[in-house]
Design a protein around this ligand. Structure first.
Ligand SMILES: Cc1ncc(COP(=O)(O)O)c(C=O)c1O
Length: 379
């Protein structure tokens, strides 16, 4: 991997990849090439250029599907993880009734909790926020929504084994939703270990505004589209006759540039990322920050991200101070509102890592925190 593929790194320390990764030049080139050379809508493909677009879309689906052991006819393009999970909640609504149980991991991002809470409100199902999914699953459970890797306090020592979880879910006849927005850039993710997978292009070194909802064929064949429009039907009068196959779930003009870019990002990741480096940087950053008296670490060694505070300072102020010096981090509850409220953590500073992170990035950040006069009275 060549850091020059990420021109921003020339003068910026970017430690906020969990929010959205940087996009390498080969990805930007592919997006530009689409707009310059074959900017055709997938609904009008009767030309050489149109055939090229169709091939790119088919290849992109294969790339996404291969990443998670799925097949192309299980992959629905959406605008991102949030969109995917909202759609999933609408699609499964027909199977949920009053008294059913929906279990949400306490570690969930709001995007993997709120759509299910709304579903429960519409149907009368019961919501259970859980720190111990395997223990809480029973015969009343219909949906279990979790993240194989979350974006906040994800201690590897207490990690759920996805296979064990999936076995328990299936023994009880429930559906397992894996919000894999973080997992696909950190670990292997497989549709053999869940029923539904969602993730976003912006975390997989691709563009914003694109994502996927992946649903096992056996289930997908039972579900109805919840967003309808062009490209989904054979004909309709009073009745709608949807097309067979996946296209009935992809209404309207596709985000072609996004799809091509997402696939290029995944290819780049597969070529250059073995996931191990990020764990090493997380441990290294944890160790270096632990040496500073003014720093209070909230995450544990072994977490994929490092969360900390500088004593006596608001995380937002610290991040803004650093951000105006081109060191990009993130402060807040990181959309893990339930977890942070429940653990009584008002806010944290998060450092997260990408395939381009190096030791110097972390050393510079730690040095700046150590030597900055502004933080001197924080000890
Ligand atoms: C674990 C997790 N789930 C869901 C999301 C939402 O993703 P998006 O904003 O791309 O829809 C994020 C984004 O940070 C995330 O980290």
């Amino acid at each position: 991997m060549n850091r020059k593929d990420f021109p921003l790194l020339k003068d910026t320390i970017f430690l906020d990849s969990a929010a959205g990764s940087l996009k390498p030049l080969p990805v930007l080139d592919e997006i530009m090439e689409y707009y310059k050379e074959y900017p055709i809508n997938t609904h009008s493909v009767d030309s050489l250029l149109g055939a090229k677009v169709m091939k790119k879309i088919i290849d992109a689906k294969k790339t996404v599907a291969n990443l998670v052991d799925a097949s192309s006819n299980e992959v629905i393009f959406t605008s991102g993880t949030t969109d995917s999970i909202n759609r999933a909640a609408l699609m499964f609504e027909a199977f949920i009734k009053k008294g059913d149980k929906i279990i949400l991991s306490a570690y969930n991002h709001s995007s993997n909790s709120l759509p299910w809470i709304l579903l429960a409100q519409r149907t009368g199902a019961e919501i259970v926020h859980s720190y111990n999914l395997i223990n809480d699953i029973d015969k009343k459970t219909k949906i279990v929504a979790y993240s194989q890797v979350n974006n906040t306090l994800n201690n590897l020592k207490n990690k759920i084994n996805p296979v064990e979880l999936y076995d328990k879910v299936k023994e009880n006849g429930a559906i397992l939703i894996n919000d894999a927005a973080q997992a696909v850039v950190t670990e292997n993710v497989s549709l053999n270990e869940s029923d539904v997978i969602a993730f976003s292009g912006t975390k997989t070194y691709g563009p914003t505004g694109i994502g996927v909802l992946i649903i096992k064929k056996e289930l997908l064949s039972l579900l109805k589209p919840v967003i309808v429009g062009g490209g989904t039907v054979i004909d309709y009068d009073k009745e709608i006759h949807f097309k067979d196959g996946i296209s009935k779930f992809e209404a309207g003009s596709l985000n072609v540039a996004g799809i091509i870019g997402m696939a290029a990002g995944i290819r780049y990741m597969k070529k250059y990322d073995n996931f191990e480096k990020k764990k090493i940087w997380a441990e290294y950053a944890h160790d270096q920050l632990s040496k500073l008296k003014k720093v209070e670490i909230i995450s544990q060694k072994g977490d994929y991200n490092v969360h900390f505070r500088i004593k006596n300072y608001e995380p937002q102020d610290v991040v803004s101070f650093l951000g105006h010096r081109n060191i990009i981090l993130r402060a807040g509850k990181h959309c893990a509102t339930y977890l942070f409220n429940n653990m009584k953590i008002i806010s944290s500073i998060r450092i997260s890592f990408g395939l381009y992170t190096n030791k110097e990035d972390i050393d510079k950040l730690v040095k700046l925190i150590e030597n900055t006069e502004v933080f001197i009275d924080a000890v």
